[in-house]
Write a protein that binds this ligand. Structure first.
Ligand code: SAM
Length: 275
């Protein structure tokens, strides 16, 4: 008996054009599509002309449903896992199923595509050489501060998911725990009202507070500690990373000069050479 394969299929995070040819083919050929919300996914499948059966698979029925899905795979059915948006298993259900499938000798096949993490990080202008993804920040201030304290010294960018109703409190804690470093709050990526708010946490907080309401899907990218930005990379990259984080050009040059024990003239000369 040939056993089925388990496909992990990334779907759009907003813009319906963001799906791969391979994802559409795999979904068209799947014996069953396991999804968080069958009505939501049905809308997506209709858009691509895919008419395959769906089954709900979400955080509340994951434990109970996993044995059923494993039995179907062993019986020869191929199953595609999708989430409401982006890449399954990334702050979304699927881990238990993948873990169990591998233990049972079932082949697991990733079908890569959109994820808010990389969309936010790559367009943030903050260092992409290394990053820490921390999922959703905790809802309670004390826990959130502990989480931020634990990553404060990491020499890399930090990426977190956040919700509109918690973003103000979260940014207050980012300002208190992580201080002056550059951040980029990305909102509604790939959608009509896509937005990037750049600055320090305190500056972004001030701009959000001026709004009558705060809405949309949000991913927060936080730059390295300023000292790390200024020492680990070339002078032009260090200056540009601070500018991308919302710092005025002259201030960015002064900061890099101070951190490296250089004169402003030397930083300026390094920048001139790079053009
Ligand atoms: N699996 C998804 C992925 O790969 O991106 C993430 C799922 S998680 C439950 C949902 C969170 O992802 C949202 O609360 C938001 O923080 C982030 N997110 C999803 N879509 C987004 C978008 N279009 N713009 C910004 N952030 C987004």
């Amino acid at each position: 008996m040939v056993i089925g394969k388990l496909y992990l299929v990334a779907t759009p995070i907003g813009n319906l054009e963001d799906i791969t040819y391979r994802a559409v083919r795999v979904l068209k050929e799947a014996g069953l599509i396991a999804c968080e919300d069958t009505r939501h996914t049905r809308g997506l499948l209709d858009h691509y002309g895919i008419d395959r059966p769906t089954i709900s698979y979400h955080e509340h029925n994951e434990t109970g449903r996993t044995p059923d899905l494993i039995a179907r795979l062993k019986g020869g059915q191929s199953i595609a896992v999708v989430s409401d948006a982006g890449t399954p298993l990334i702050s979304d259900p699927g881990y238990r199923l993948v873990n169990q499938a591998l233990a049972e000798g079932i082949e697991v096949v990733p079908i890569p595509g959109p994820s808010a993490i990389l969309a936010a990080l790559t367009a943030s202008g903050l260092p992409t050489d290394a990053f820490h993804f921390g999922g959703f920040l905790p809802a309670k201030t004390s826990q959130r501060r502990k989480t931020l304290e634990a990553v404060r010294e990491f020499d890399c960018s930090l990426v977190f998911y956040e919700t509109p109703h918690r973003i103000l409190e979260a940014l207050e804690d980012v300002a208190a725990v992580l201080g002056e470093r550059p951040i980029v709050l990305t909102r509604e990526l790939t959608k009509m009202h896509e937005e990037f708010l750049r600055g320090t946490a305190a500056e972004v907080l001030e701009r959000l507070r001026e709004r009558p309401s705060i809405k949309g899907e949000m991913t927060l990218v936080i730059g390295k500690p300023v000292a790390a930005i200024a020492s680990g990379i070339s002078i032009p990259d260090a200056v540009n990373a601070l500018i991308a984080g919302g710092m005025p050009r002259m201030d960015a040059m002064k900061t890099v000069a101070r951190e490296r024990g250089l004169s402003k003239r030397e930083v300026y000369a390094a920048l001139e050479k790079s053009y």
